[in-house]
Write a protein that binds this ligand. Structure first.
Ligand code: GLN
Ligand code: ZN
Length: 762
């Protein structure tokens, strides 16, 4: 054997220069005809396939490409189109497809939510009153295309029925088996047609199998796969899991399929120990996900080869498929343009294209290739080890200020308990009952963005840019005073993005030129790379906050992004744990907090909107994560005087299941999004006593609509039924950066009016 089978689970669709995004957006604008648009997309798709073939991948995924989102592809393939989009049956037209994703004047878009614990968002299928029918066989079309155009024997990828149903909405849990019955014949038909076409392997993604499932659910999964196998007995099914280890290993390994795919990066220890403990069925292949599909680092070849050898003690090499741990959709396309990065970093990056090379190299090296190859394999191995060593030995990764001892020695508890601090704060500021504030940002109008761009391109001097920002700050301090808001903010005009801004100013971060990944639809993000020890260099936010404070006698809140959010919205290094990275960031932020305090800013908000989304997939891992997450927050916020008031903000409302951790942050004031919770959030305060300062957003900031005074009065009154008015703050749901100026002022004016009315009644 000269090579083990090699495969990846999916490839980024956005193209090397985000051609995909550009095509989608021109099509939506009407600048590109449908036929030309589809042709452009086909070119990107074929190019991706060709590249995988050129790199030597043996099992190449097809049908992983999409016009928007693979979940939406699945629902439209089964004719699941919500009634408001007036769909008449048959293949779903492109315009209807995009209407579901993006909404129209008449019909609201379907909900969008995060794909497991990734930053990719999918369109949530609406199964209420659904009458599923197979409208077209997309996997078959993708298979035929690859075969006819490129002679590639593709591996169609399909989202598995159980995962699809579990991620859909519009039904009750007890209806699940019944729903599954409706879909099984349709999935069966898709598979049968693939079988008839002569397809060899199909990859069915069931990432839901890494979450905790009940006995009944596992039985239902078993019954689904038994029936699907009957539908296409001659087709090889690779049942694919990813993002974590499989808790129900024995049940999953026993499913009637020909191969099981496991994640040996994100579920490494548990998946290996399951193999060792229970063995692996002799009639199946194992998809061994050893190359990280979620992060951007080169694989450590030595370590990965050892891992494959370990697996091979249980599964013979002929039955191992060396593959990525998940779809490569979650990493950028290619690292080859990142020439501006320091060498030791550049050489340890592996984006999608480089990961293809890794998979192929590992599958070759693991096969004990013939001697002709051996020398070059050994050379690669050596080079790989050197590159990884160079980064680990670089000064960037060996900074004293961020070591474990510094972290351990740093205060993580406030001196006085909250109740005592609260009295001090009341005396100090004498804020009115129901104090009013906002969450931080004010409208980032085009002039703000274009000034920043000019400054970045050196078309605007730093002085002119700073005075432009100061003008904005001044204007908005005046507006806030005129509105009579109690606690002011400077408006965050100097920030593009709440993580990038800090990453650019802290040591240990790098920014790629082209490291885009799809977030949702055509929208891509370019997460910062945390490659070294994160340390504080110099104050990052003090100038703007101090300037704002100099303009008013009211308190101005300092505004920072918290350690967990910075971590979760970046690509972190993988040589130390996420926990350690979070502590390093926390320590650096603590310096900033102290610098603000020393400069006279004594209310400081540390935003943690990503705390909740970072929750592990398995319930049983939540406690450990929350524990270090809370500790990181406290490391950054505890080294202050008791008279200093720490605020935090979170923009979500699913709150009840982590409320203990939120209380444990020991923040003096927390503001949270509320309006989209439909009152559920309020309920959670009936069950928990909450005594820290709290602002439940009184209006939704996601739309330009100006909410009426009485609507906000009702929201405030509803909250005050369960919360002590003595701790209640009044604020919008989130930052106002995406809003226009006029609507912002109007909405805040109404918020103040609502506050006066409620204050009068109390
Ligand atoms: N302070 C930030 C802002 O107002 C918070 C943003 C967020 O929660 N995502 O923009
Ligand atoms: Zn928010």
């Amino acid at each position: 054997m000269s090579q083990l089978t090699s495969s990846v689970l999916g490839y980024p669709r956005i193209g090397e220069n985000r051609e995909w995004k550009k095509a989608l957006e021109s099509f939506w604008k009407g600048d590109l005809e449908e036929a030309a648009f589809l042709e452009t997309l086909q070119a990107i798709r074929l190019n991706n396939l060709q590249l995988q073939q050129d790199k030597g991948i043996s099992l190449i995924p097809v049908n992983d490409f999409t016009l928007y989102d693979q979940m939406l592809d699945t629902s439209t393939m089964f004719g699941i189109v919500p009634a408001r989009f007036e769909y008449a049956g048959g293949p779903v037209p492109v315009n209807t497809y995009y209407a579901i994703a993006r909404g129209t004047q008449q019909a609201q878009a379907s909900e969008m939510t995060k794909w497991f614990n990734t930053n990719y968002h999918y369109i949530v299928p609406e199964l209420k009153d659904a009458k599923p029918a197979l409208t077209e066989n997309r996997p078959l079309a993708a298979y035929r295309e690859a075969k006819q155009k490129l002679g590639i024997e593709g591996k169609p990828v399909i989202i598995g029925l159980y995962t699809f149903l579990k991620l859909s909405k519009g039904y009750e849990a007890k209806e699940l088996p019944e729903l599954a019955e409706k879909f099984i014949p349709l999935y069966g038909q898709v598979l049968r047609e693939l079988e008839q076409e002569g397809v060899q392997w199909v990859q069915i993604d069931e990432p839901i199998l890494v979450t905790t499932l009940s006995e009944e659910e596992l039985q239902l999964v078993h019954s689904i796969y038994t029936q699907l196998r009957e539908a296409a007995p001659g087709l090889n099914i690779l049942l694919q899991t990813y993002f974590d280890a499989v808790d129900h290993y024995e049940a999953v390994a026993a499913l009637p399929v020909q191969a099981i795919g496991l994640d040996f990066v994100h579920g490494l220890e548990q998946n290996v120990s399951s193999l060792e403990q229970y063995g692996f069925p002799q009639d199946k292949l194992l998809g061994a996900g050893v190359v990280d599909g979620r992060n951007i680092w080169r694989s450590d070849y030595k370590q990965k080869l050892e891992l494959i050898e370990k697996i091979a003690l249980i599964v013979p090499k002929e039955r191992i498929i060396v593959q990525s741990s998940s779809s490569l959709l979650h990493v950028p396309v290619t690292a080859k343009h990142e020439t501006a990065l320091p060498a030791e970093l550049r050489e340890t990056l592996a984006f999608a294209e480089e990961k293809l090379e890794e998979v192929v190299w590992l599958s070759t090296a693991a096969a004990n290739a013939d001697s002709a190859n051996e020398a070059s394999l050994a050379q690669e191995l050596k080079l790989n080890g050197e590159r990884i060593y160079n980064l680990s030995a670089s000064p960037a990764r060996n900074r004293k200020a961020a070591d474990a001892a510094a972290i351990a020695a740093h205060p993580s508890v406030r001196q006085k308990p909250f109740a005592e601090r609260q009295k001090l704060h009341q005396e100090k500021w004498q804020l009115p009952f129901l104090p009013t504030t906002t969450i931080g940002s004010f409208p980032q109008t085009t002039d703000v963005r274009s000034a920043r761009q000019k400054w970045r391109k050196n078309e605007l001097s730093s002085e002119s840019y700073a005075s432009f920002i100061n003008e904005k700050i001044k204007k908005w301090i005046e507006i806030q005073e005129e509105l009579n808001i109690d606690v002011l903010v400077h408006g965050e005009f100097e920030r593009t993005d709440m993580v990038e801004f800090f990453g650019e100013k802290l040591d240990g971060f790098a920014f790629t030129r082209n490291g885009w990944v799809q977030s949702y639809g055509s929208r891509c993000v370019k997460p910062p790379v945390i490659y070294g020890d994160v340390v504080f260099i110099e104050p990052m936010t003090v100038t703007e906050s101090v300037y704002a404070q100099s303009l008013t006698s009211r308190p101005v809140k300092g505004m920072l992004t918290g350690p967990i959010t910075i971590l979760n919205w970046s690509f972190p290094r993988n040589d130390i744990t996420r926990e350690q990275v979070a502590y390093q960031i926390a320590l650096a932020l603590s310096e900033e907090v102290k610098a603000l305090e020393a400069a006279g800013i004594e209310m400081i908000q540390v935003d943690e909107p990503a705390l909740r989304e970072g929750l592990p997939l398995k319930r049983s891992d939540w406690d450990a994560y929350l524990k270090w997450g809370v500790h990181a927050f406290k490391l950054s916020t505890s080294d202050v005087r008791d008279t200093t008031q720490i605020h935090t903000h979170m923009c979500y409302c699913e709150f009840h299941d982590i409320i203990d951790s939120i209380l444990a942050l020991d923040a003096d004031v927390i503001s949270i999004e509320t309006s989209r919770s439909h009152g559920e959030l309020i309920h959670s305060f009936e069950e928990h006593t909450y005594d820290q300062g709290i602002g439940l957003g009184v209006y939704d900031i996601h739309s330009p609509r100006v909410p009426a005074v009485d609507e906000m009065v009702r929201n405030i009154e509803r909250a005050l039924r369960v919360l002590d008015p003595g701790i209640f703050w009044i604020n919008p749901d989130c930052g106002l950066k995406t809003r226009g100026e006029a609507e912002t002022v109007a909405a805040l004016r109404n918020m103040m009016e609502a506050t006066y009315q409620v204050r009068k009644q109390l």
